[in-house]
Ligand binder design. Structure first.
Ligand code: ADP
Length: 347
């Protein structure tokens, strides 16, 4: 396909003017020296020289620039710069420079995005291996001790096997979280939106976590009686996961004999806000902005009382955002935390 060429005459015009002026001055001097000065002859000389030079220069410039510029365009097109091909090829250097500038800027942005992604990938892999190492070594420790003779003692055997099993359970838990977060991050997880009663869902989550909360004597409760169903439209299983993660956290980071309270309020006409409030250890202001990051934990020491994958809140945020809803957190150290999220309400 032949490229269209947008012509620019500025360069030829100016160059021709310089050359013609110079030649005319020389010609005028010649006429004066030979005593044959004639204004009309000089004007004629100027015009003819101007016309001839203009055509030659314009022709040469076009040939020259066109071939070079076309090569640049071709080279850039090879680099898949689709945006360049949309415009006609131009002999105007300013436009070309602009386009190449834009091309360079786009590429720089692309490279920066790739670098960020690469950083993220490295960090992700580093975090995963770090997370998996601890439980793996725990399991290996118990198994090796058993093999070394501890299995002959029946009491120790079952105790160590139980502990090894705990480690395996933790591994499974981490892998499940990883699986979920990967699906969420590649956008693989399609939501199946359906109407359901959020009050009933919360009750289900409370029932499921009753044993866990009982261990710390934490009361799981609603802020008031909800005698009627509150119908919302969302992915029920994902919202169950959100509530589970939030309530599990409120238990993990809650104080002994504390309370986790859930409230469901109308926000605006078609939205409800679900709040999960605890009176646990709370979160320092400085840590709040990073809370939803993958693997972010406030207590980074290996001797954490409460082992999680550090993915819980990250999963929560992904799910809520996939619903185009909002999640909020308010917390004060040693007072407690409140995590809340919005949901689409059904009439
Ligand atoms: P983890 O698996 O460590 O619980 P999360 O993503 O669920 O990971 O939470 C990240 C961090 O946020 C936790 O390590 C904890 O320090 C803090 N956190 C989460 N929920 C609460 C809460 N209800 N009260 C106090 N701190 C919390």
């Amino acid at each position: 396909m032949k490229e269209r060429t947008k012509k620019s005459y500025k360069f030829a015009r100016k160059t021709t003017l310089y050359i013609t002026s110079l030649l005319t001055v020389c010609f005028a001097i010649f006429l004066v020296l030979t005593n044959t000065f004639n204004f009309w002859a000089l004007l004629g000389f100027f015009l003819i020289t101007y016309a001839i030079s203009f055509f030659i220069i314009q022709y040469r410039v076009e040939r020259f620039i066109y071939s070079r510029v076309k090569k640049i365009y071709d080279d850039l097109t090879l680099l898949e710069s689709a945006s360049l091909r949309k415009h006609p090829i131009t002999t105007d250097m300013a436009t070309l420079t602009q386009e190449i500038d834009k091309f360079a800027r786009d590429k720089k942005l692309e490279i920066e995005t790739l670098k960020v992604r690469e950083e993220y990938r490295k960090e992700f892999l580093g975090n995963i291996s770090h997370e998996l190492k601890t439980p793996l070594f725990t399991v290996q420790g118990y198994v090796l001790t058993l093999l070394d003779g501890a299995m002959d003692d029946e009491k120790i055997r079952s105790k160590y096997l139980e502990r090894a099993n705990k480690g395996v359970e933790r591994l499974i838990y981490i892998v499940q979280d990883l699986d979920m977060i990967t699906k969420l991050e590649v956008g693989d997880l399609s939501l199946s939106i359906e109407p359901f009663d959020i009050v009933e869902l919360v009750e289900g989550v409370f029932d499921l976590l009753e044993m866990k909360s009982a261990k710390k004597k934490i009361t799981l409760t609603f802020d008031m009686n909800y005698p009627n169903p509150i119908m919302v439209s969302a992915d029920k299983e994902r919202i169950r996961q959100v509530l589970t993660n939030l309530v599990v956290n409120s238990i993990k980071y809650g104080r002994i004999k504390g309370t986790t309270e859930i409230s469901i309020e109308n926000l605006i006409k078609n939205k409800v806000i679900v709040r999960v409030t605890d009176n646990g250890e709370g979160i320092a202001k400085a840590n709040i902005p990073r809370l939803f990051e993958r693997f972010y934990r406030i207590d980074k020491s290996g001797s954490r009382k409460e082992g999680g994958s550090g993915l819980g809140l990250s999963i929560v945020k992904h799910i809520i955002e996939a619903h185009d809803e909002k999640i909020y957190v308010e917390s004060e150290l040693s007072v407690g935390s409140e995590f809340s999220f919005t949901l689409e309400k059904l009439k």
